[in-house]
Design a protein around this ligand. Structure first.
Ligand code: KIV
Ligand code: NA
Length: 265
């Protein structure tokens, strides 16, 4: 199998082939997604919500992200694996940012890291890139800044924020980032960004006119409950399937129908 690289992702943008990306946090899920043919697997800090049950992405630690990333990398044969640098491990200063990025790359074997923000973190991004670590940007609704925003509503609806977002995207490209995620912004602005930079722009709640799409896998499989933003298309109802399976198992155990002789030694 030919592995996906930053070079291949760049070619996909040029060709107009949309890039597919999903999150994964563990070996089993990553193996399924990779074998299905996904282009990019993101070990997102959404693990904080989906795996650990926290309300925000802020609590997850660098060690925990490395644990998730290591599990994912062990399963992946083809996809490009990107890991979120967690809150608090890169914003402070660029040498700490570099140290965090290097730990992720060295200990997990992942292929790139993702950071949230633009001009504010320029120094950290530049330093990580100069160490040879590919960096993916993330602009728009950046969940690590949720307490600054106050809500999870659409970002960059106003002129000033839209202008800054476009400038940040160009800055990230200039720094040498290989791609940018745009989260929950108007489709028209996302289109403008994707046309204004040469690197792939991956959207989540950013409309159709970008170079690829990303979703949280537990959301699109219908495992998570209650989180139903407009941008989320649910491709399966795994929660119902799993609930039914567990109930059937309980019934069989109670009814002494499991295990049968053929299932015993
Ligand atoms: O952590 C995450 O899942 C993400 C995606 C939503 C882009 O950052
Ligand atoms: Na994230």
């Amino acid at each position: 199998i030919k592995r996906i690289t930053t070079h291949i992702l760049q070619e996909m943008k040029l060709r107009g082939e949309k890039i597919s990306m999903l999150t994964a946090y563990d070996f089993s899920m990553a193996g399924i997604i990779d074998a299905a043919g996904i282009d990019i697997i993101l070990v997102g800090d959404s693990a904080s919500n989906v795996m650990a049950g926290y309300e925000t992405t802020l609590p997850i630690t660098l060690d925990q992200m490395i644990y998730h990333a290591t599990s994912v990398v062990r399963a992946v044969k083809r996809a490009f694996v990107v890991v979120d640098i967690p809150f608090g491990s890169y914003q402070g200063n660029s040498s700490e940012a570099l140290r965090s990025a290097i730990r992720i790359m060295k200990e997990s074997g992942a292929h790139a890291i993702k950071v949230e923000g633009g001009a504010e973190i320029k120094e950290s991004v530049t330093r990580i890139l100069s160490a040879g670590v590919p960096v993916m940007g993330h602009l728009g609704l950046t969940p690590q800044s949720i307490y600054k925003f106050g809500t999870y509503t659409v970002r960059a609806r106003e002129e000033a924020e839209a202008k800054k977002l476009l400038e940040d995207a160009k800055l990230l490209e200039e720094c040498g980032c290989f791609a940018i995620v745009l989260e929950k912004i108007p489709a028209s602005l996302a289109k403008l960004v994707a046309e204004s930079v040469q690197i792939p722009v991956i959207g989540i709640g950013a409309g159709p006119d970008v170079d690829g799409q990303v979703l949280v896998v537990h959301d699109m499989l219908g495992i998570t409950q209650e989180f139903k933003p407009r941008f989320l298309r649910q491709y399966a109802d795994l929660r119902s399937i799993m609930t039914k399976a567990v109930q059937d198992y309980i019934d069989d155990v109670k009814a002494k129908d499991f295990p049968k002789d053929s299932e015993s030694y």
